[in-house]
Design a protein around this ligand. Structure first.
Ligand SMILES: [Zn+2]
Length: 236
């Protein structure tokens, strides 16, 4: 499979494709796709495949054997069928805002406290991030969130570029995940919040941080030094 279409255009909502293979009448691999599969702690896209006038809901997308597999809830698709794929945009756009918010928060936590991300789960309505933080202080976490919202107010563009892996990893703070390195590929995709953060990342983000809206901390939990847990949502 080629590079997923969302990599260069996170705003692509609809695309044409051909069914390359189908397993158990419901797991579909296409020649190209804009559906984001569950990966990197970020939830998957849902949507629909349209063949002629018939709709096949896509209820899940995952990565198997390095391919993106779409689970459809209606049977009858066949190999070589031409389809139009449509992303559930409301869900995806929320995920893009949540995911970009995660980058912004991670950058601030890292700059202020040298924190690394030890875990997380990005979902449309409520997301979670775990940080390694020496001290657990609710007021400080609240302060970081305030800084994030001030940056959003000022706005900054987000740029996608590609960089040689070796060169990219020489840049300090390029990787803020505690125990996960970017995939072992020659070229890394770099997501940059201009002037704020650079991260090797294969996911979907908004094109300017203003689109995040307002980050609201829902809950903070202390699961130990390596898991200061922050639940948040985006509003607006
Ligand atoms: Zn990311």
């Amino acid at each position: 499979m080629e590079k997923p279409l969302y990599m260069d255009n996170c705003y692509l909502k609809e695309f044409e494709a051909v069914v390359e293979s189908i397993k158990d009448d419901k797991y579909v691999v296409l020649n190209q796709t804009a559906f984001y599969p569950l990966s990197g702690g970020v939830a998957y896209d849902t949507g629909v495949f349209v063949r002629d006038n018939e709709e096949f809901p896509v209820v899940y997308a995952g990565k198997f054997d390095n391919q993106i597999s779409h689970e459809v809830s209606k049977h009858g698709l066949k190999q070589n069928d031409k389809i139009i794929g449509k992303i559930d945009w409301e869900r995806r756009y929320k995920l893009m805002r949540m995911h970009t918010a995660a980058h912004l928060l991670a950058a601030i936590f890292h700059n202020k406290s040298n924190a690394l991300i030890t875990g997380g789960k990005i979902e449309p309505d409520k997301s979670r991030m775990d940080f390694s933080l020496e001290n657990f202080d609710r007021a400080v976490i609240g302060e970081y969130c305030k800084i994030a919202n001030e940056l959003i107010q000022k706005d900054a563009p987000i740029k996608i570029s590609y960089m040689n892996r070796e060169e990219a990893l020489k840049i300090p703070d390029m990787v803020k995940l505690a125990d996960k390195m970017p995939p072992d590929v020659e070229t890394l995709r770099i997501v940059e919040i201009e002037g704020i953060d650079r991260q090797a990342d294969g996911g979907c983000h908004v094109k300017s941080i203003k689109e995040i809206g307002k980050i609201e901390i829902l809950k903070v939990e202390n699961k130990g030094k390596n898991n200061r847990r922050v639940y948040y949502a985006v509003r607006g």
